[in-house]
Ligand binder design. Structure first.
Ligand code: AP5
Ligand code: ZN
Length: 214
């Protein structure tokens, strides 16, 4: 399967991705995770992306399309993939269609994580992540066994630099202006499944499974 996960910051894309990935043996390509890794390694890509990310604005289409084009060539992505956080503009969606067309493939399903903006600040400001595995915790909704420590490795958890109430405002603005039209783009193709993303994580997983079995 070739899946796209679309939703505002904190809607649960990164939380559901590992579950879907294991259930369907897909590769998980999260442009935000890849960009953060590039920023912390101070690669040329990271240096270019950092300013926009810190402000909660989108990185240029050319940069992210380049990353995805490269990542999709990996052998583990040939059978199928989950795109988490890409495409985020209509231009990115069109470029993706072109890339897939060259391989004789297409997007199978778009999961739209629909949720009210008002819920997102609490989710974002309470999030803690384990950077090397991508595991995500929440002080209230998914607390680690020991505060500030990853359950599996015992390594420290960190907070994302853009997970503040102020930067969230810009991220939401970018979502409504630039990414919501992408949902329209795929609706016209009849492949969007709407999820009620404000439900508890396990119930959202059930919705995902229903959407993918139909
Ligand atoms: P990115 O990393 O993609 O961030 P985002 O879209 O803002 O999404 P988040 O990762 O914040 O949300 P999520 O839906 O994954 O939430 P999660 O599951 O972790 O992008 C970051 C930046 O990179 C962008 O601002 C941009 O600058 C750049 N970028 C990335 N892709 C780009 C692109 N294609 N084009 C241009 N620029 C790009 O959940 C959040 C919290 O809530 C967690 O703590 C979790 O435990 C908790 N939680 C999850 N589900 C539930 C639930 N059902 N109930 C209660 N709590 C829950
Ligand atoms: Zn995420």
């Amino acid at each position: 399967k070739r899946l796209i996960l679309i939703g505002p910051p904190g809607s649960g894309k990164g939380t559901q991705s590992p579950i879907i990935k294991d259930d369907y043996c897909l590769c998980h390509l999260a442009t935000g995770d890849m960009l953060r890794a590039a920023v912390s390694a101070k690669t040329p890509l990271g240096i270019k992306a950092k300013e926009a990310m810190d402000k909660g604005e989108l990185v240029s289409d050319d940069l992210v399309v380049g990353i995805i084009d490269e990542a999709m060539k990996k052998p583990s992505c040939q059978k199928g993939f989950i795109l988490d956080g890409f495409p985020r503009t209509v231009v990115q969606a069109e470029k993706l269609d072109e890339m897939l067309k060259n391989q004789g493939a297409k997007v199978d399903k778009v999961l739209n994580f629909a949720i009210d903006d008002a819920i997102l600040e609490e989710r974002i400001t309470g999030r803690w992540i384990h950077p090397s595995s991508g595991r995500t915790y929440h002080t209230k909704f998914a607390p680690p066994k020991t505060p500030g420590v990853d359950d599996v490795t015992g390594e420290p958890l960190i907070q994302r630099k853009d997970d503040t109430a102020a930067v969230l405002k810009s991220r939401l603005e970018a979502f409504h202006k630039q990414t919501e039209p992408v949902i329209g783009y795929y609706s016209q193709k009849g492949i969007v499944a709407n999820l009620q993303a404000e439900k508890p994580p396990k119930e959202v997983t059930v919705e995902v499974q229903k959407a993918l079995s139909s």
